[in-house]
Design a binder for this molecule. Structure first.
Ligand SMILES: [Mg+2]
Length: 244
């Protein structure tokens, strides 16, 4: 396993499927008791060069990681918080309410479908109704095709999401890397899903490292971590090494 060097690396962590196990619904994830203390110590060991890079709104991450409010990118890069505890900013227009209504109408297919509006994007989770993947994809693509050109359909682990075209976790990583706490360090991006791919590429382009977590996308044999618990163990071991 790659060693985290707290003096030279900057660490970017996806949340769901990376730090915590994916659950049946986005709200039912469990945050292990040792996660917040570990991230607090890590942020300090990295001199602030630790950020969450997630598809969730940053305010949700704050709720899960309370009282920690790390630098972060949320909604796949549509939101940025540049400094710990700072304000959350965005340059992206909110979604059209008519589009949102059209997406909510997809719930007619099954009570197991969860529509999650996130202001700048809207996700449709079908983990409890996997057979509906095809029909949901077709209907969501039709909704996107009806819109002006600034939206795209993104795929994830049992989730489809209408997202702004011009944002990505990669652009967010690049943006955060220009901030004083991160500048001059080598980024490590840890993630498990398709939307992490642009951040992997950006981390490598900047001389850093991409670390993949096993799941529906990355088979265990090709991943760096077998699951979120292994990521957390790696974080704790890195702390022991640097606090030694
Ligand atoms: Mg993830």
């Amino acid at each position: 396993m790659r060693t985290l060097d707290t003096t030279t690396h900057a660490l970017f962590l996806d949340f769901d499927g990376t730090l915590v196990e994916i659950a049946e619904t986005p709200d039912s994830i469990e945050v292990p008791a040792d996660l917040v203390p570990a991230l607090t110590r890590l942020s300090s060991a990295l001199n602030g060069a630790l950020a969450i890079n997630t598809g969730r709104p940053i305010c949700e991450i704050d709720r899960f990681l309370f009282p920690l409010r790390l630098p972060a990118s949320g909604i796949h890069g549509a939101e940025i918080r540049a400094i710990a505890g700072g304000t959350i900013e965005s340059n992206v227009p909110p979604l059209d309410p008519a589009l949102l209504s059209a997406v909510f109408r997809l719930e007619k297919h099954s009570p197991a479908i969860i529509v999650e509006p996130k202001r700048f994007s809207v996700a449709v989770h079908y983990r409890s109704a996997p057979d509906l993947a095809g029909v949901l994809e077709k209907e969501m693509q039709a909704i996107v095709d009806d819109e002006p050109d600034h939206l795209a359909l993104a795929h994830g682990r049992k989730v489809l999401e209408i997202v702004p075209k011009d944002v990505s976790k990669g652009a967010a990583l690049a943006h955060l890397m220009r901030l004083p706490a991160f500048l001059g360090r080598r980024p490590i991006m840890v993630g498990d899903d398709i939307s992490d791919q642009p951040a992997f590429e950006e981390a490598e382009r900047l001389g850093g490292i991409a670390l993949r977590v096993a799941g529906e996308l990355h088979p265990a044999t090709l991943a760096d971590f077998a699951g979120p618990s292994r990521v957390r163990t790696w974080l704790l071991q890195s702390l022991e090494t640097c606090e030694g």
